[in-house]
Write a protein that binds this ligand. Structure first.
Ligand SMILES: Nc1ncnc2c1ncn2[C@@H]1O[C@H](COP(=O)(O)OP(=O)(O)O)[C@@H](O)[C@H]1O
Ligand SMILES: [Mg+2]
Length: 207
């Protein structure tokens, strides 16, 4: 591995859990340690990916189509943006990454894990985040936060019933399987407290 390679940090969790809230402080933390930061998000992060994001959020489609489009956007992002940035020594911070497919498409939509693992091996080729913050929040609280924040719900926000319970459970299962890189945050706590937990993890893992 290139010794100058940058670090890759991801933020995960259902809508309303607090990812966007903490992104600026995270970027600032990395910048203050003298690293260049590339901030991105999924789906999106490239011109093509942002176009696919609009379709994914607002256009009705089959579950398999959704899964494949997400991985298409991810292929573009990993190959054109994330890998080159890490190789240049930049740190990359992403609002969601492959863990989200296991949470939403496997947990939420019921896509077979084997399909996602195949796509992950193909598209991501072993690129795992160095550190993943999972903002773990009960869906009822999350929805109250989102309703306060935004007007028009997207295709995912419109899902009712147990959808977000299943997404949350799948995220937690993923965190258990990949325990060494995951930090699960109790996202119902006040933002200031969460930031202190995040900062502790950052200092411990990237001294
Ligand atoms: N720890 C927190 N406690 C209370 N409200 C919060 C907390 N973190 C975020 N919020 C609020 O919840 C809403 C959704 O947060 P946001 O960071 O946009 O979530 P996400 O990006 O994960 O969807 C925002 O209005 C934000 O101000
Ligand atoms: Mg957000």
């Amino acid at each position: 591995m290139n010794p100058m390679r940058g670090r890759f940090i991801t933020l995960e969790g259902i809508d309303g859990a607090g990812k966007s809230t903490h992104m600026p402080s995270l970027v600032q933390w990395v910048t203050q340690r003298g690293h260049q930061v590339l901030q991105t998000r999924e789906p999106g992060g490239t011109e093509l990916g942002e176009a696919l994001r609009q379709l994914l959020l607002h256009q009705d489609m089959q579950v398999d189509t959704e899964t494949l489009l997400l991985f298409a956007a991810r292929a573009e992002l990993v190959q054109a943006v994330i890998r080159p940035a890490l190789e240049r020594g930049q740190w990359v911070v992403s609002d969601r990454f492959t863990d989200a497919s296991f949470a939403y498409q496997q947990g939420g939509r019921g896509v077979a894990r084997a399909h996602l693992e195949f796509l992950e091996n193909w598209v991501v080729e072993g690129l795992q985040p160095d550190l993943t913050f999972l903002f773990d929040l009960d869906p009822v609280t999350a929805q109250q936060r989102v309703q306060r924040a935004s007007a028009k719900p997207d295709r995912f926000e419109q899902q009712g019933g147990t959808f977000f319970e299943r997404v949350r459970a799948a995220y937690l299962e993923r965190a258990t399987r990949h325990a060494s890189r995951f930090c699960v945050l109790p996202a119902a706590q006040p933002a200031t407290h969460l930031w202190s937990l995040i900062e502790q993890q950052l200092s411990r893992r990237f001294p």
